[in-house]
Ligand binder design. Structure first.
Ligand SMILES: C[C@@H](O)[C@H](N)C(=O)O
Ligand SMILES: C[C@@H](O)[C@H](N)C(=O)O
Lengths: 163, 163
């Protein structure tokens, strides 16, 4: 059984927002993060991955759903300033995370996690990972089934933790 | 001074690869991660963010640079199977990470981190974050300057750690 895995965490109150097609130049991410900090908007996750067209990129943030409106306002101001193409949002977000130690050291762990969600017919909207936590954003209605599928895939019920 | 920040870590031996425009349906991320696990390819980071066109998405991985060739082979096989548009790679990757506790609780921390890189004229290729670590992929030639800029921005030299 997976000794390095300790728990599955669920946060149903998330929302995602992305500023799309900003210039891929130094200082842009700083401007965006600074504008959010100036309004004391707390961030949960930040993701920037490969972008189809070179010279541009998009930055995705997840925030507490109550902060989404403020975040949209800040991003729309930045859109004009940075010449972004648009701001995309998704208010139907729940974060489901696998928590443990050295999660990325065994390639079978991310595979088993994503397989479990796939077999449960749950679509993954966003992914972020580190050594101690792999997080997937799914729709809120899928959150409970997602947590259950991951529990089962990693035999967490055998740990009998008072979660 | 930032009590919650403890260190800056640098890993110069990374490479990034992304499978672009896969169907945004349940089970796809599982297929990709399983194919990599079957070849025992260790992953460092996994990122999936907002995608410009709905119905498709791209998944970005970072691996040890020595694993890039194997990873490209696996991804090219998947490309045909999943109907992906292409596989993008970047072998010039260094991961520079800020490590601490509760990093996302203070919005000023990500802002200061990205500002520091922007002011040092360092372009951020990929971003991934969690409560205890914010990682940026930059080009290898920028790694040392990036670590130094972050150290300075968070006054880490005052911690006088034998890093
Ligand atoms: C897109 C944004 O991350 C940019 N590359 C920067 O360094 O700020
Ligand atoms: C793109 C991929 O992540 C897909 N949404 C899945 O759930 O597997």
């Amino acid at each position: 059984i997976f000794r390095s895995i300790s728990a599955v965490a669920v946060d149903k109150n998330q929302a995602a927002i992305a500023i799309m097609n900003v210039p891929d130049q130094p200082g842009i991410a700083g401007k965006v993060a600074r504008a959010l900090a100036d309004e004391s908007i707390g961030l949960d996750m930040i993701m920037q991955s490969f972008h189809p067209t070179s010279g541009h990129n998009s930055i995705t943030f997840t925030v507490h759903e109550e902060a989404l409106e403020d975040t949209i306002r800040v991003m729309n101001n930045l859109k004009t300033e940075l010449g972004a193409s648009d701001v995309q949002t998704d208010s139907d977000c729940a974060k489901v995370s696998l928590i443990g130690a050295g999660l990325m050291e065994q390639p079978d762990i991310p595979a088993r996690l994503f397989d479990a969600l796939g077999q449960a017919e749950i679509n993954i909207k966003l992914i972020s990972s580190s050594e101690v936590k792999i997080s997937c954003i799914v729709s809120r209605e899928d959150a409970v089934a997602a947590a259950r599928a991951i529990h089962k895939a990693f035999e967490l019920e055998k740990l009998d933790q008072p979660r």
